[in-house]
Design a protein around this ligand. Structure first.
Ligand code: SAM
Length: 187
């Protein structure tokens, strides 16, 4: 992540709400019954951490990693406000140059962040039986946001095929309207 990227996200998060409400991705609610119920969870490129907060509230011990100190600071404030501080560990890191702990996580969540170089490390970081939820933009986002960098888009089929060692539980490859590629897989 370049310094300019960090500054961009820091600026955005500096002016965002002080305490984040616990409003997770709808897929975390929709697929709750097939997700692990507890254990170690990772929210990769967590931003302000609304999903990290939800997972902590569900009983997970959560590691939340992002490049933005501002975002992580607000996540820590939000975690304290929601009584979840002891369950969320934040880590500031450049994910372009980062190695995840091996076989450590029961659940890994990646939302609105694409880094193909991390795919194999994500699989290694899952415990056997661990679950990956990946949801990030596909090319439909370019119709709504023409300035969006196409390098940060992926089609569901590419996303699914990037994780051949996972058993896929759900994906949205049939959905031509969504601006997201989405999959859930289990190691
Ligand atoms: C679109 S936001 C998504 C945040 C959160 N996952 C969500 O969906 O609400 C992308 C996040 O990726 C982080 N990010 C982008 N590049 C990064 C990098 N190289 N290392 C660490 N974090 C990065 C940004 O700081 C930002 O918080």
């Amino acid at each position: 992540m370049s310094n300019a990227d960090i500054l961009k996200w820091d600026t955005k998060y500096r002016s965002s709400e002080a305490i984040v409400s616990i409003e997770p991705e709808q897929e975390l609610l929709e697929y709750a019954s097939i997700l692990p119920q507890s254990g170690q969870a990772l929210d990769l490129a967590c931003g302000l951490g609304k999903n990290a907060l939800f997972l902590a509230q569900r009983g997970f011990d959560v590691t939340a990693i992002d490049g933005s100190d501002q975002g992580l600071g607000k996540l820590r404030d939000s975690a304290r406000a929601h009584g979840l501080a002891h369950q969320i560990k934040t880590r500031q890191a450049d994910l372009d140059q980062y190695s995840l702990d091996e076989a450590y996580f029961d659940l890994i969540l990646v939302v609105r962040y694409l880094n193909r170089d991390l795919f194999s490390g994500i699989v290694s970081a899952l415990k056997p039986g661990g679950t990956l939820i990946y949801k990030t933009f596909n090319r439909n986002i370019l119709k709504q946001r023409p300035g969006f960098n196409p390098a940060y888009t992926i089609e569901t089929i590419e996303l699914v095929e990037a994780f051949p060692s996972l058993e896929i539980f759900s994906d949205n490859r049939g959905d031509t309207q969504s601006e997201y590629a989405f999959m859930i897989g289990k190691k």
